[in-house]
Design a protein around this ligand. Structure first.
Ligand code: RUB
Length: 309
């Protein structure tokens, strides 16, 4: 569990869905290894472990929702036997992994329909859901090209650009700040695809820092913006107007090209490094989910009924 926590925190495991899958696997493994003798002791241990895992990245409701769902399944189970509950934890973790796989395949089907036959698509950061959409569209014979932002400061755009290029999709990597420039060029992207880390109760999209600027530039340029995501990114804690907590990461990420000695020169400079930003619902054309392409109102109304705090 410690090692999963570290891998998530350091971004060795990145992308909301991979994070949620790794965290749930780690919680199920914790259940298997537990020395608890009674149901209440096992549940208490797992709830503590779930809180610890969730603290690795605060802007990840998919992880929180899925960890809570596993703990709840054990708590609400009729079974009192510790061995049975351990098996149930493994079963639930596998069920979620299967669900995630199928849901992302559905998202790929729905999303591929939005991808143009020709022309350009812009991608920000690295989203497994977006990768699947683009690969699906390519498999269907669509011959588009993709612009990937670098996605500073951690350069997740390098993962996206390599993944797409290795798949055979013509890919161009650009610096984040050049997005508006490319919207003014001849082969301007007509579609922007991004993932989601969270969807708030107002239907706002919380995603990699820079997403909101890209959405504004896209709106100005007349390009469509879709977020591709499983519905469990909805954060029930944002009900009643509460905002999603935004993770701030270490200053080192901004100075990663400098030696420790060179970094000394920046000691007196305040460095702020928010990992995510918030895009208002009215800047997004729709959200591609496992239930189809939904607008913010449809998405929120479905999630209010289906997600417990
Ligand atoms: C990744 C990011 C992705 C979402 C969705 O940020 O912003 O767009 O997590 O990913 P980070 P997915 O690299 O900081 O985790 O579609 O795989 O859930």
């Amino acid at each position: 569990m410690q090692s999963t926590f570290k891998k998530i925190k350091s971004l060795e495991i990145q992308g909301a869905e991979s994070i949620a899958l790794a965290a749930v696997r780690a919680l199920a493994a914790q259940a298997t290894q537990s020395k608890a003798k009674t149901k209440p002791a096992l549940i208490a241990e797992l709830e503590k472990a779930a809180a610890f895992l969730a603290s690795s990245r605060p802007t990840e409701p998919a992880m929180r929702n899925e960890l809570a769902s596993l703990s709840r399944a054990l708590r609400e189970s009729d079974s009192q036997g510790v061995q049975e509950l351990k098996k149930l934890a493994q079963k639930k973790a596998q069920e979620y992994a299967d669900f995630s796989h199928h849901a992302r395949a559905r998202i790929a089907e729905f999303g591929a329909k939005l991808v143009p036959q020709k022309g350009a698509v812009l991608v920000h950061c690295h989203s497994s859901a977006v990768m699947r959409v683009l690969k699906k569209a390519f498999d269907q014979g669509k011959r588009f090209e993709v612009f990937c932002t670098e996605s500073r400061p951690f350069f997740q755009g390098r993962i996206s650009s390599r993944e797409l290029s290795e798949y055979g999709i013509p890919t161009t990597m650009i610096v984040d700040d050049s997005v508006n420039f490319f919207f003014s060029q001849k082969n301007a992207p007509s579609l922007v695809l991004v993932g989601a880390d969270a969807i708030t109760d107002k239907g706002e999209l919380v995603n990699k820092i820079g997403t909101s600027l890209i959405a504004l530039a896209a709106r100005e340029a007349g390009a469509k913006v879709y977020s591709c995501t499983l519905l469990h990114k909805y954060d029930p804690h944002t009900r009643g107007g509460k905002s999603e907590p935004i993770e701030f990461r270490g200053e080192k990420e901004l100075l990663s090209d400098l030696s420790p000695r060179q970094r000394e020169a920046f000691k007196k400079i305040k460095i702020l490094n928010p990992a995510f930003d918030i895009t208002p619902a009215n800047c997004i054309s729709g959200v591609v989910t496992e239930k189809g392409v939904l607008n913010a109102r449809e998405l929120v109304s479905f999630c209010r009924k289906n997600f417990r705090v």
